[in-house]
Design a binder for this molecule. Structure first.
Ligand SMILES: Cc1cc2nc3c(=O)[nH]c(=O)nc-3n(C[C@H](O)[C@H](O)[C@H](O)COP(=O)(O)O)c2cc1C
Ligand code: SF4
Length: 457
C-alpha cells in the first residue's frame, strides 16, 4: 500500500507507517485520544455536533450525506437507548480503504466512535464488519481491550461519568448488508433485507431505537475535526468537498494502493503523479475509469480528465459529478478503478452485472429479475451470441430498475450498464457485428473504440 504525500498533514493515515501503529502506546505518543479528552473536558454533545457541522464533513460510505446534519436528526428527548453503528462492511468492488484504516490505526476508529457516541448520547456502539475481515476483527478486539484497560473506553471514561462500550459484529459476507437498514436487520439477527425508508435509522433504527450509521472513514474523520476544529477542517479541500479523502486505487496503474488526498487535486494529477497512482502501467494509454467504486458510472478518458465544459476535472464530490450522469460520475465510496486501452468494457460490465445479480436480496422484482436479465444479455453479447436489439433491451431494463426499488442496490446495478452503453456503445455493437473477432481477441476492444475515448498518457 502507498500513501501519497498531501498538501496538508495526512489526517487519517499519518500514523500507519509507524512501527506498531496498532498499539495504544504508539497511538497515544502521536496525539491519540486527545480528542476524547477535549470533548469530555470542555464540550457538550451539542458542541461536538456543531463542530462536525462546521467541518461540513460528508459521509464517506458513498452517499456523501452531511454527517453533522445526520447526527442532529437523532431525537434528543427519546426515552429509548441510542446507538452508533459503524459500517465496516466494505464490500463494494474496488473499495478497500476502510480495512486499511482499521488494520493499521484501529484506535483512530475507536476514538472516533467514542466521540460520536458522546455527541448523540449513545452508550453502546457496534462495528458491523465484513465477515471476510476475520483478522481485522482480532485487531479491533485487541485495540478495544487495550482502550478499556487504560480507561479510554468502558464505564466512567476518564472519571467523567460517561460510559461507552464497543462491540464488533462479523457479517456473513453479503454486500447488501452494507446498506444501512439491511445492516441493522442483520445486526438484529435477521436476514439482511433492506427496510423501506422513511423512517430513517436516526429515528427508528436498531431495535427500533434512534441509530446513527456511519462509515469507518467518516467516524475516523471526526477525531481530526475535534483536534483542529471544524472551521480549520473546512478550509481543507474545495467548496463542499472539505477535508481529506481516502481513495483506494486499483486497475491498470503503476502504484495501486490506499491514498489520502486533500480534495483539491485534479484527476489527472491523481492518476499520473508519482505521489499517487504513478500513471498507467505497462506504458499503455488510459481508456476509462470508474472513479467511486463499482456502483458509479464509468467515464471515458476524455470525460475523466476534463469536464464536458472543458474544465479540469478535480477529485471533489462536485467536480466528479459535473455533467450529471450524461457526462459525469460520482465520488461514491472512493474506489478508483482505472482501465487501460486493452480492457474490454463489455466484459467489465458483465463482471459487474454478475456481481449485482448475485448480491440482489430479491425483495423487489425490478432488481431481482432485472439484474439476472442484464447479466444474461451481457453474457450473450460478450460471448458472441448477441443481437443488435439486445443493446436497446439492456438500456430498457436498466432504466426500469433505476428508481423503482426499495434500496439503492437496484440503482447501483443499473448505472454501470447505462454508462457503459452511453459511452461505449460502439464496443457493444462490435461484439455483435463481429463476434468471431471479438472471441478471438478474447478481451481488449480498445483499438475499436472511438479515438476520442482513448487519450494518450
Ligand atoms: C448495496 C449497498 C451497500 C453499501 N455498502 C456500504 C459499505 O460497505 N460501507 C458503508 O459505509 N456504506 C455502505 N453503503 C451506504 C450505507 O447505506 C450508508 O449510506 C452509509 O453507511 C452511511 O454512512 P456515511 O454517512 O458515513 O457515509 C451501502 C449502500 C448500499 C445501497
Ligand atoms: S433493490 Fe435489490 S437489493 Fe435492494 S431491496 Fe430491492 S431486491 Fe433487495
Amino acid at each position: 500500500m502507498f500513501i501519497g504525500a498531501i498538501g496538508c498533514e495526512p489526517l487519517q493515515l499519518a500514523r500507519v507507517h509507524l512501527e506498531n501503529s496498532r498499539s495504544l502506546d504508539v497511538y497515544r505518543k502521536n496525539g491519540g485520544y486527545e480528542a476524547i479528552k477535549k470533548v469530555l473536558d470542555s464540550m457538550s454533545p451539542d458542541d461536538v455536533i456543531n463542530e462536525v457541522k462546521k467541518s461540513a464533513l460528508r459521509g464517506r460510505g458513498g452517499a456523501g450525506f452531511p454527517t453533522g446534519m445526520k447526527w442532529s436528526f437523532v431525537p434528543k428527548d427519546s426515552p429509548k437507548p441510542k446507538y452508533v453503528v459503524c459500517n465496516a462492511d466494505e464490500s463494494e468492488p474496488g473499495t478497500f480503504k476502510d480495512r486499511y484504516l482499521m488494520e493499521f490505526v484501529p484506535h483512530l476508529l475507536i476514538e472516533g466512535l467514542i466521540v460520536s457516541s458522546y455527541a448523540i448520547g449513545s452508550n453502546r456502539t457496534y462495528i458491523y464488519i465484513r465477515g471476510e475481515f476475520a483478522w481485522i476483527v482480532d485487531i479491533l478486539n485487541q485495540a478495544i481491550a487495550e482502550a478499556k484497560n487504560n480507561g479510554w473506553l468502558g464505564k466512567n471514561i476518564l472519571g467523567t461519568g460517561f460510559d461507552c462500550e464497543i462491540y464488533v459484529h462479523r457479517g456473513a459476507g453479503a454486500y447488501i448488508c452494507g446498506e444501512e437498514t439491511s445492516l441493522i436487520e442483520s445486526l438484529e439477527g435477521k436476514r439482511g433485507y433492506p427496510r423501506i425508508k422513511p423512517p430513517f435509522p436516526a429515528v427508528k433504527g436498531l431495535w427500533d431505537c434512534p441509530t446513527v450509521v456511519n462509515n469507518v472513514e467518516t467516524l475516523a474523520a471526526v477525531v481530526p475535526i475535534i483536534n483542529i476544529g471544524g472551521e480549520e477542517y473546512a478550509k481543507i479541500g474545495i467548496g463542499k468537498s472539505t477535508g481529506t479523502k481516502l481513495l483506494s486505487a486499483c486497475g491498470n496503474i503503476k502504484k495501486p494502493g490506499v491514498y489520502e488526498i486533500e480534495m483539491n487535486i485534479s484527476v489527472e494529477e491523481f492518476i499520473y503523479s508519482d505521489e499517487y497512482c504513478g500513471g498507467i502501467a505497462k506504458g499503455r494509454r488510459l481508456k476509462a475509469c470508474i472513479p467511486g467504486g463499482s456502483s458509479v458510472p464509468i467515464l471515458p478518458a476524455n470525460l475523466l480528465l476534463k469536464t464536458a465544459k472543458g474544465e479540469t476535472r478535480m477529485m471533489t464530490y462536485e467536480s466528479l459529478a459535473d455533467g450529471g450522469f450524461q457526462k459525469g460520475s460520482m465520488m461514491g465510496s472512493g474506489g478508483f478503478i482505472v482501465l487501460d486501452e486493452d480492457q474490454c468494457v463489455v466484459r467489465n460490465t458483465l463482471t459487474l452485472a454478475r456481481f449485482y445479480r448475485h448480491e440482489s436480496c430479491g425483495q423487489c422484482s425490478p432488481c431481482r429479475e432485472g439484474t439476472g436479465w442484464m447479466e444474461k444479455i451481457l453474457h450473450n453479447i460478450e460471448y458472441g451470441k448477441g443481437k443488435m436489439s439486445d443493446i436497446d433491451l439492456l438500456w430498457d431494463i436498466q432504466s426500469k430498475i433505476e428508481g423503482n426499488t426499495i434500496c439503492p442496490l437496484g440503482d447501483a446495478a443499473a448505472w454501470p450498464v447505462a454508462a457503459a452503453i452511453r459511452h461505449f456503445r460502439d464496443e457493444f455493437e462490435w461484439h455483435i457485428y463481429d463476434p468471431q473477432e471479438a472471441q478471438r481477441r478474447n478481451y481488449g476492444l480498445a483499438n475499436y473504440a472511438k479515438p476520442l475515448e482513448v487519450v494518450g498518457a
